[in-house]
Design a binder for this molecule. Structure first.
Ligand SMILES: [Zn+2]
Ligand SMILES: [Zn+2]
Length: 199
């Protein structure tokens, strides 16, 4: 469930399940809700409903289960509030608060800067740590290690789960890169080609 697409699919799968009779186990809330399959998947959650918990979701990273969503409940805010230490809540969800009304990043204090050590650590943890999601950490000579990527602002965002995907995204400039070569230095290949000026 590390990939956004697999989390999104979890909402569709449940919907087409024929094992339930009259009540389909699709996402039960109207599109007017802040929590919908798109925002929930983006905020790190996949769908895991049951008869008692028809809107139950689970975070792929910290495994927190949440249900009982109300119309104004924002999945990004709630994830940060309930799981302040979850790497995904920090590295992805908490960034929503740094955006102004036009969608530009505005950092209120130094603790919110992308170079902040807690945010960098959260980005590093997104690469899986001991779970070894990042394929290039196995090669000691590879330039694009999870450490360097996290320092350069990247979070692990595979397209597919469990297939040695090396897609990483900087959410500050919405840039995704994959196909890292051993000689790539994330800071070097990345900085000169973008407007990214936060780190
Ligand atoms: Zn989480
Ligand atoms: Zn960036």
């Amino acid at each position: 469930m590390e990939s956004l697409s697999s989390r999104l699919k979890s909402f569709n799968k449940a919907k087409s399940s024929k094992s339930t009779k009259s009540n389909s186990l699709g996402w039960p809330h109207p599109t007017s809700f802040a929590a919908n399959p798109n925002t929930l998947a983006d905020a790190g959650f996949y769908f895991n409903p049951s008869a008692d918990d028809p809107d139950n979701v689970i975070c792929f990273m910290c495994e927190k289960e949440l249900g009982g969503w109300e119309a104004d409940d924002n999945p990004f805010d709630i994830h940060v509030e309930k799981c302040p230490k979850c790497p995904w809540a920090l590295a992805r969800c908490s960034l929503e608060h740094d955006l102004d009304s036009k969608g530009n990043f505005v950092f209120e204090d130094a603790s919110r800067l992308p170079s902040n050590k807690a945010l960098e650590k959260a980005r590093l943890d997104s690469f899986g740590g001991k779970r070894k999601w990042w394929p290039h950490d196995a090669n000691k000579l590879h330039g694009a290690t999870s450490k360097k990527l996290a320092k350069a602002g990247f979070v692990y965002t595979p397209q597919e789960s469990g297939v040695q995907d090396d897609t990483a995204t900087c959410f500050y400039c919405d840039l995704s890169l994959s196909g890292w070569d051993p000689e790539d230095d994330p800071m070097y290949v990345y900085r000169p080609t973008t407007l990214h000026g936060y780190l």
